[in-house]
Design a protein around this ligand. Structure first.
Ligand SMILES: *Cc1c(COP(=O)(O)O)cnc(C)c1O
Length: 344
């Protein structure tokens, strides 16, 4: 992609030609009044893909997760979620800000929370303590380097949720990456969750938008909450049109990103300063530790930037994210730059 290889996130992708064309030509209406045909088409596609009764187009994944939390919980309640999860760390505390519930973050094995540990943290009913009402899971897990949460772990969590009458929300910002890597159909993931959110604007390369899917009554309430949060949008078929292209044309190619991530991880893992186990790279996100005799993280990132390679620091390390606008040539020049900077 020209002179810059931008690994900062899979959100930096530009819309494809087909998306631009669909956006220009798509029919629109006023979606707040319920008559935008392109939004309706996207929402019914999403519901069908996830085999849920309904879907709601929302401006961001964060809004999708915050609406789900709001609909599934009430005040005086508590939500169990993973300690490195996006919802807990990266969504500006909407749990307390919007839903007025407390988060209960738990440790995990690369995103998979131990069923026994969850059992132990489900509160017994009492006037003095919050009531546990929701479990959130994230798959793939962003801050665990795009790890795929194993299906049997999610099955165990579903069982616990049923036993204790809890809801299970699936942050599937990258659920299509998870499905490509594991071979588990997205429908199977969605079946185990009460609600599932996925992003069109990550690996699928659409400019804006996420979908929240779930049962009909949940989506009805979600629509009201979206409006209250200021997320009702008018001729938003313009955006939905690109989302339809994303679902039709951009899912299959995610495996290219995974293959390139694996190739990049293997090529850099043994270089001086890099702390990385390539077998942990399952999808499109590479997070590695960095401990070099001459360079610290900002210095290394600066040197990469001077060579047209962009990446972001993360807690204790560096993150590289693969996406459609990174090709084999970008990966090759990045490998060369790593070798030059770190071994030189
Ligand atoms: C990006 C992301 C979100 C939120 O999406 P935005 O559209 O950026 O608000 C939620 N969960 C995960 C795991 C993400 O990576």
């Amino acid at each position: 992609m020209g002179n810059v290889s931008d690994f900062r996130s899979d959100t930096v992708t530009r819309p494809t030609e087909a998306m631009r064309k669909a956006m220009a030509e798509g029919a629109v209406g006023d979606d707040v009044l319920g008559d935008d045909p392109t939004v309706q088409k996207l929402e019914s596609m999403a519901a069908q893909i996830m085999d849920k009764e309904g879907a709601l187009f929302v401006p961001s994944g964060t809004m999708g997760n915050s609406i789900a939390t709001k609909v599934w919980t009430s005040e005086l309640e508590e939500v169990i979620l993973e300690e490195r999860s996006h919802i807990f760390n990266m969504e500006s505390t909407h749990m307390t800000f919007i839903s007025r519930v407390t988060p209960r973050p738990l440790p995990s094995n690369r995103g998979a929370m131990e069923p026994q540990l969850i059992q132990k943290h489900i509160r017994q009913p009492s006037d003095h303590i919050p009531k546990t009402s929701l479990i959130c899971i994230e798959n793939t897990h962003n801050n665990w380097s795009g790890a795929v949460v194993p299906l049997d772990n999610i099955q165990s969590l579903r069982k616990i949720a049923d036993e204790h009458n809890l809801k299970l929300h699936f942050d599937g910002a990258r659920v299509f990456n998870a499905s490509q890597a594991s071979g588990v159909p997205v429908k199977e993931y969605a079946r185990l969750a009460d609600s599932l959110m996925f992003c069109l604007s990550k690996g699928l390369s659409a400019p804006v938008g996420s979908l929240l899917t779930g049962p009909r009554s949940f989506i009805q309430m979600a629509r009201r909450v979206r409006k209250a949060l200021g997320g009702g949008m008018r001729q938003v078929g313009v955006l939905a049109a690109s989302g339809i292209v994303a679902l039709q044309e951009m899912v299959e190619r995610l495996e290219e990103d995974h293959a390139r991530a694996q190739r990049l991880a293997q090529a850099i893992a043994d270089l001086p300063g890099i702390i990385l186990a390539p077998q942990n790279i399952q999808t499109n996100i590479i997070i590695f530790g960095f401990d070099h005799p001459q360079l610290n993280i900002p210095q290394f990132l600066e040197q990469l930037k001077n060579r047209g390679i962009l990446a972001l620091p993360t807690t204790g390390g560096i993150r590289f994210v693969l996406h459609k606008d990174i090709d084999d040539q970008d990966v090759n020049r990045t490998i060369s730059a790593f070798k030059e900077i770190l071994s030189g």
